[in-house]
Design a binder for this molecule. Structure first.
Ligand SMILES: *Cc1c(COP(=O)(O)O)cnc(C)c1O
Length: 384
């Protein structure tokens, strides 16, 4: 995971000067800081970062520099990572299922914000978590779910209580003296603002059913990154929809808003540089990275088509397109990108394929399966 001290102009310069044979993940801190400021300025509440999407220290540090004040953490490792790198920041422990030993670790670390989606897990929390830490109130947020709308990937299939159960949990949280809040996660890479609107309307119904005014409403992650050429994320419309809907449905009782983007913050600050190992008999393409490496997510949420193909001299390939099957380097037949991808027809062995917007769920899920996955990290001034 070593970060080279050199700062390159852009991925093309890395290719020209190094002609790397292993995948390189290129990070542009200025892009990350710009994105963070867009969230902080545009979102009508507190912005926290979902650490799991990319826990690299350089990411955490640049987010703090940009003014981020909170993090969504899911494990003792992430709790300690943020405790060390951003000791002043809020840590929301929003993995709703935890071992008792993990709860004990978090209590010791001073965690004051938790989520929950079942009676069994709430009972575990109330047995171990005090209602105040250092004189400050402890918050528990029932997490609820709706049938999926507009997301590339369904988070509700694993976590989230029905609205009825969420109301019971909210009532119990308040009765036990904790700060009662609500949280949801609309799914990842949600391009349609309506996904948030539906959830916020149901949040109001849950409060009414419970007879409890939620102190805060955490609208989750799910903010889109720029994965596909034709679909540029429109964060402003999403922020506006969240603010307007909250004011409309709660009016004077509006809870304070929190969001916890992962992908939306980090993905577009990175490009993944892969190399063409072979063009098998002029047809299928074999890259030096695939679904066990930095491209893990593609079979689940679809191809990134913001790609550039450069020669080893860093020159772009031609305009004429041909569709190719793309395989990764391992001997597993699952190691293939979905469908076919449109690439320059003159692509050749030794060329480079750069995947833009590849910073989320990529470096952190990279494996060394089959002896591949030795990925180097580089810092760039710009991504193109
Ligand atoms: C993964 C996760 C997120 C971040 O999701 P993105 O789609 O990357 O924004 C936010 N909150 C929770 C609870 C999560 O598990």
């Amino acid at each position: 995971m070593g970060q080279d001290k050199t700062v390159w102009a852009n991925p093309a310069e890395i290719i020209r000067q190094q002609q790397p044979d292993n995948p390189v993940i290129a990070f542009a801190p200025t892009v990350l800081q710009d994105t963070a400021r867009r969230f902080i300025d545009g979102f009508p509440g507190l912005v926290t970062y979902a650490v799991k999407s990319n826990p690299e220290e350089a990411v955490i540090q640049n987010l703090v520099t940009a003014g981020l004040k909170g993090f969504d953490v899911a494990s003792p490792f992430e709790i300690d990572l943020i405790g060390r790198l951003a000791p002043e920041a809020a840590r929301h422990y929003h993995n709703p299922v935890r071992a008792r030993s993990e709860i004990a670790h978090a209590v010791k670390a001073g965690i004051r914000s938790w989520s929950v989606d079942s009676q069994t897990e709430l009972a575990k929390l109330t047995a171990q978590v005090p209602v105040e830490v250092d004189g400050k109130p402890v918050e528990i947020s029932p997490r609820f779910k709706l049938p999926v709308l507009g997301a590339a990937y369904d988070f509700g299939s694993k976590f989230g209580a029905s609205p009825e159960l969420a109301a019971e949990l909210l009532k119990e949280v308040a009765a036990r003296g904790y700060t009662a809040s609500l949280t949801f996660h609309p799914g990842t890479q949600c391009t349609d603002p309506v996904a948030w609107e539906s959830y916020i309307r149901v949040a109001r119904e849950i409060c009414d059913l419970a007879g409890v005014q939620a102190a805060r409403l955490n609208v989750g992650g799910g903010f889109p990154s720029h994965r596909v050429v034709g679909v540029e994320p429109d964060l402003t419309s999403i922020f506006d929809k969240i603010g307007e809907t909250t004011r409309e449905v709660f009016s004077a009782d509006a809870p304070a808003l929190v969001c916890e983007p992962g992908r939306g913050l980090c993905a577009d600050a990175y490009a993944l540089i892969t190399r063409v190992k072979a063009v098998r008999d002029g047809t299928d393409l074999f890259l030096n990275d695939g679904v066990y490496g930095g491209l893990t997510e593609l079979p689940i949420i679809g191809n990134i088509d913001r790609i550039e193909v450069l020669t080893a001299d860093g020159e772009p390939r031609g305009e004429e397109i041909s569709s190719r099957v793309i395989f990764g380097p391992t001997c597993d037949s699952v190691d293939r990108l979905p469908g076919e991808m449109d690439l320059p027809a003159d692509i050749a062995e030794g060329d480079y394929v750069i995947f833009h917007g590849a910073g989320a769920y990529s470096t952190v899920t990279n494996t060394r399966f089959n002896g591949f996955g030795l990925m180097s990290h580089a810092t760039v001034m710009a991504l193109s």
